[in-house]
Design a protein around this ligand. Structure first.
Ligand code: SF4
Length: 503
């Protein structure tokens, strides 16, 4: 959910939540072909925006693997360049066009005798702009929306025949079927943490947000498909799965018992899969937090004690104008219930300042809400007009300098809260899932139950394991810890060790 948010100020958030926007580009690197295959073609995928796009880019690389493509980190040696775009940020389309200008130069430099270069634009800008992209940027061979990446081999074949391909239909069921078929492929060794899309689209129509227009209506992926993919991931060594959806807690489906299941029930079932030690989900809407999902936070030690639950504003007047369908009191009551069920749970959120009509008093309500809730991390942005959304044409647009001043004030408060939360971890023992080599020699980096990066001096063969770590210090972007002797990896369950256990 939310489309105006960005993790930039949030130093402990490694990537934006599903549905959130970011201009940060991430290069996807996974490909399921033998990297020693010198005959392979190379695909360069540039990913913009939220975790759902990161997930989609990985799936594109997987679809292309059997077609003889392997991923490359540089555009220069690519046979195929795909920009997996995000429509969340202001001027997103213009940024894509300027990137396409650079790609055109690269293609020109290669010349007619050089290595051919095929260019695809995917994601939400592709969905929103459609054929206009091919018209304005003739270097583009294929334009395809978020529901079409599984058709890439066919699209590439058509483009190779000289067709200008534009595929922006919403056929989400077909995409989910394709995801499922991919999950049935032989097990490959995976990173210890993975995303799994369980839901796409949104019916909420917040007046600032483009998601309902670019990703379509809410659709839940069938249970059997989700379980198959989760089991496959666990068999490949994945210890932590983050369920993704623009409105992930709106997920519903027919359960194994033939009854309707919600996300809470799904999480309980996923927690039964051997080897899956950690579960997360993002991004949630306050209206879809039902009793069973809240109870799951109390019952499941696999469900990490961290919840991204955006509110966007603390003013009832602005929440109504945003069409959020909840009040600030609804939000307070919900948080109270969640904290009662899971006392150690930390919250993150999203805020938009300067929505049309926002007064100083409305903004003061937002600051008051933040003070009352006390967040562990948040994403916050100035409102910007998105063409096609009701907010874009509302009267009383807030002047830029007012938005800037409010954002600075809000972010100062959020940063203070985040630092206080991080400081509160010092001396605490917690379980850390190690994921990669650290920045300094001898270090490896993992994730705390609260999504904080943790740097520890430890052997690299601990990557992929969950270890008990004592937090001994704070960096600007991470926690520093040391391994606790005698608390080695265990096969099941992960979470915080109580502070009482601290040395
Ligand atoms: S319309 Fe609202 S609920 Fe839906 S994705 Fe956008 S911000 Fe989230």
């Amino acid at each position: 959910m939310t489309d105006q948010t960005h993790p930039a100020h949030s130093s402990f958030s490694s990537s934006p939540a599903a549905g959130e926007g970011s201009d940060d580009a991430v290069v996807s690197r996974r490909a399921d072909v033998d990297p020693s295959d010198a005959a392979s073609k190379r695909v360069f995928v540039r990913t913009y925006g939220c975790q759902m796009n990161v997930y989609d880019s990985d799936r594109m690389a997987e679809v292309l693997g059997p077609q003889g493509y392997r991923t490359t980190d540089t555009m220069d040696d690519a046979d195929l360049v795909i920009l997996n775009t995000c429509h969340i940020r202001e001027k997103a389309a213009e940024k894509v066009y300027s990137e396409l200008g650079r790609i055109r130069k690269l293609k020109d430099e290669r010349g007619p005798e050089g290595k051919p270069l095929m260019v695809g634009v995917a994601g939400c800008v592709a969905q929103a702009e459609g054929r206009e992209i091919a018209r304005r940027a003739p270097v583009v061979d294929m334009v395809f929306g978020p529901q079409s990446y599984h058709r890439l081999p066919d699209l590439i074949a058509r483009a190779a025949r000289g067709e200008s391909v534009v595929e922006t239909e919403f056929e989400i069921d077909e995409k989910f079927d394709a995801l499922s078929r991919q999950a049935e492929r032989p097990t490959v060794r995976r990173a210890p943490s993975a995303f799994l899309t369980v839901q796409e689209g949104c019916d909420k129509f917040c007046t600032f947000c483009v998601v309902p227009y670019t990703r379509g209506a809410e659709v839940s992926r069938p249970l059997a498909q989700i379980l198959r993919e989760a089991e496959q991931l666990a068999a490949g060594g994945v210890r932590e799965i983050t369920l993704l959806g623009q409105n992930v807690n709106a997920w519903h489906g027919e359960g194994a018992d033939g009854r309707p299941w919600g996300l809470g029930r799904l999480l309980r079932r996923l927690a039964e899969i051997p080897g899956l030690d950690r579960l997360r989900y993002t991004t949630s809407h306050p209206r879809d937090m039902d009793d069973d999902l809240i109870a799951a936070h109390a019952d499941l030690r696999e469900l990490m004690p961290y919840l991204h639950l955006p509110v966007q504003s603390g003013s009832d007047r602005i929440l109504a104008a945003m069409n959020r369908k909840h009040t600030r009191d609804d939000y307070f009551r919900l948080i109270e219930r969640i904290r009662e069920a899971a006392p150690g749970l930390a919250l993150s959120g999203d805020f938009i300042v300067g929505f049309p009509g926002e007064t100083d008093a409305d903004f003061a309500d937002t600051l008051d809400l933040v003070r009352r809730v006390e967040y562990a991390a948040c994403f916050s942005f100035k409102y910007s007009q998105r063409p096609g959304t009701p907010g874009a044409t509302m009267a009383d647009q807030v002047p830029e300098e007012v938005k800037t001043a409010r954002l600075i004030e809000l972010q100062a408060l959020l940063t203070e809260q985040q630092q206080a939360f991080n400081r509160s971890r010092i001396g605490m023992r917690m379980e850390v899932l190690f994921e990669k080599i650290g920045r300094m020699p001898g270090q490896i980096t993992g994730k705390s139950p609260w999504l904080q990066p943790v740097q520890v001096e430890a052997p690299q063969d601990m990557i992929g394991s969950i270890q008990t770590v004592e937090i001994v210090g704070l960096g600007s972007n991470s926690l520093f810890g040391r391994l606790v002797a005698g608390h080695n990896d265990r096969a099941a369950a992960s979470g915080a060790v109580s502070k009482e256990d601290a040395i």
